[in-house]
Design a protein around this ligand. Structure first.
Ligand code: HEM
Ligand code: SF4
Length: 589
């Protein structure tokens, strides 16, 4: 029995670790030298990205991406992120990303080493969160606790994170590399769209993984191929390493737009890639070699000690809205009577104050077990059933007891043009408007099949909001109208990241201001036209693109500026749409 998730080394204080200390001191020196006009000069940018620090649309401020390996956090770690958001960001906000990291925006460059030091005290890092590296390693947030789990993948994801962090094989890759783990066939790790994905399997009692490679989104999306049907768990690190080494050697390096591993696999074919992988694998040390670290099985969580959860202190009376919240946001764990609670963060944002409060709520009710989810929510595990009314009440007190997690109103968005230097439109603006339409629908969207629809919005074709795997996806673009440009979204339908994965079909361009009306009409048509039990993706596939285009034709027209000037103002903005403030992309630097 454990009280809080601090047993494993994953959360240890790293501020005195000589490697970490020297790394941050070095970053600080280089940042100051660059500011003074010297130092690394143009090479400072890739160096900064290697340390998880991105440029922003706004001059002189940075976005810092904090890696949260397998999404697992302790209360102390969440407090540290909250401290950084509070002390070093203008808006005092954190943003949970579609890959389980947490981003801080509007950080001054000179403050970024302070952020790194505070994070190091609790074992967190921004190192290799950006740049051409192995990025944050993601995993199913319900690993080990959902009914359908084959086994808990957390220790394996942690071992991979520790193996590749600062590893020389991972410092100058052709492009970024994203690894994910799924604990069950539900595939909450989103394997089809990852560079490499490991799916937990049980083969006659032996735990292992099916390994898929070459998935990815962006302007040229691709669904992953299966590389190997089964590897025993202890083979995982050398398997990943062999894949990375083949790509590192043969991947495109000049044209960064063709450098992801998916392009290499598309060019060679999966059979030839597999042959090269097998040759590479044979050159690596065996799985038992000391260089391959053992998984840390203390990461496997157990029920919190009786005294650490609040049910022993008495029961709270349910507040209004409790039943609805419980239905959607509290998931029964395989370990009765525990539940996992989804804390819905609207479009992924959470304030410093809320993070501090959540850390204490997690300590009190969840044995300290916190995870970030790729759905941009926080997940509190190991909540005793008797504590659900109390935790709901405390979440309500901090404005985080919204029901309907993982339903149509739980819209996922990338940071978008509000902060992203290459963003075209405000994905958060459209996401917020869609959410408020859904919430204002007063039960119109209560239909279970409608409720199940997943909406994802990106501010440009790069797909950081993962629009390709949404039932209803949008990505931002600009439409020219005479001398002017107006914000618009491309509508995509019928995508899914589950099972074999399915990329959404590009359907039509719609001026941004009309997108919410088009969305509502689309939902009405789905409800009217679907067959019994037909899911949204099946309906949109059956009726086809031409039908939807005809249905939504009235929203396609581009109004002249003097007829509708507001069409030229993006969602959430007060001034006319412009791309003049767009910066240079850093994703391929
Ligand atoms: C041309 C440049 C870029 C490309 C091609 C690109 C592409 C992508 C893709 C395909 C994903 C999402 C799907 C996945 O998880 O694999 C992603 C994730 C993400 N991107 Fe970008 N991106 C670019 C630049 C940016 C910029 C400038 C920002 C914001 C400052 C940004 C923010 C994000 C975020 C927040 C995620 C989730 C990532 C994480 O937590 O690791 N991206 N990017
Ligand atoms: S999808 Fe485009 S706008 Fe959104 S964060 Fe990625 S690069 Fe920026």
């Amino acid at each position: 029995m454990i009280g809080e998730a601090t047993r494993s080394e994953f959360a240890q204080d790293k501020s005195d670790d000589p490697v970490v200390k020297a790394e941050i001191d070095n970053f600080e020196r280089e940042a100051l030298a660059w500011r003074a006009g010297g130092g690394l000069g143009d090479d400072f940018r890739p160096f900064r990205l290697q340390h998880g620090t991105y440029g922003q649309r706004q001059a002189n401020v940075q976005m810092m991406r904090i890696k949260v390996p397998h999404g697992t956090m302790t209360p102390d770690q969440l407090h540290a992120v909250a401290d950084c958001a509070d002390s070093y960001t203008v808006r005092k906000l954190g943003h949970v990303t579609t890959r389980q990291a947490i981003q801080l925006h509007f950080v001054k460059l000179e403050d970024s080493p302070k952020v790194m030091r505070r994070l190091a005290e609790v074992g967190l890092t921004t190192r290799e969160a950006c740049g051409h590296t192995v990025r944050n390693i993601t995993a199913d947030p319900l690993s080990g606790i959902a009914d359908d789990c084959v086994f808990d993948v957390t220790p394996y994801a942690e071992a991979a994170m520790r193996y590749f962090l600062r590893n020389s094989v991972n410092q100058k890759l052709p492009r970024k590399f994203k690894i994910t783990y799924s604990a069950s066939p539900e595939d909450r790790g989103l394997i089809p769209m990852h560079d490499i994905g490991l799916m937990a399997l049980d083969r006659d009692g032996e735990p292992g993984f099916r390994v898929s490679v070459g998935g990815g989104l962006g302007a040229a999306p691709r669904v992953a191929d299966v590389l190997v049907d089964f590897i025993p768990v202890h083979e995982q690190l050398r398997t990943i390493e062999a894949v990375i080494r083949v790509w590192d050697r043969l991947g495109e390096r000049r044209n960064k737009n063709k450098a992801r591993i998916k392009f290499l696999i598309a060019r060679l074919g999966i059979d030839e890639f597999r042959r090269l992988y097998e040759v590479e694998l044979a050159t690596l040390p065996p799985a038992g070699h000391p260089q391959y670290r053992e998984p840390d099985f203390t990461l496997i969580e157990e029920a919190p000690a009786e005294a650490s959860y609040a049910s022993s202190h008495g029961r709270a009376a349910p507040r209004p809205g409790f039943d609805a919240w419980r239905r959607t946001n509290a998931i029964k764990q395989r370990q009765a009577p525990y539940h996992t609670v989804y804390v819905l963060l609207p479009i992924g944002d959470v304030s410093a104050e809320q993070m501090h409060a959540l850390a204490e709520i997690a300590r009190k009710y969840a044995g300290g077990h916190i995870r970030t989810a790729a759905t941009q929510n926080l997940v509190l595990r190991w909540v005793h059933e008797d504590d659900l009314p109390a935790i709901h009440g405390e979440l309500a007190d901090i404005g985080l007891a919204e029901a309907d997690a993982l339903t149509i109103s739980d819209v996922v968005t990338c940071p978008g043009a509000d902060t992203c230097s290459i963003g075209v439109t405000s994905s958060k603006g459209l996401g917020t408007e869609l959410r408020s339409r859904i919430l204002a629908g007063n039960g119109r969207y209560r239909d279970p099949l409608v409720n199940d629809i997943k909406i994802r919005v990106s501010g440009c074709p790069n797909s950081c909001g993962q629009h390709h795997v949404a039932d209803i996806g949008f990505y931002g673009m600009a439409i020219r109208s005479g001398e002017r440009q107006l914000p618009a979204f491309q509508l995509l339908l019928g995508g899914s990241a589950q099972g074999e994965g399915r990329l959404a079909t590009i359907t039509m361009k719609i001026p941004a201001r009309r997108a919410p009306d088009a969305f509502e009409k689309l939902l009405d048509a789905y409800v009217r036209e679907r067959n019994d039990g037909e899911r949204f993706g099946a309906w949109s596939g059956r009726v086809g693109t031409a039908h939807v285009q005809e249905l939504l034709a009235e929203y396609k027209a581009v109004p002249a500026f003097n007829e509708d000037p507001m069409a030229y103002v993006d969602w959430g903005q007060t001034k006319l749409f412009t791309l003049d403030d767009m910066g240079e992309g850093e994703c391929a630097v």
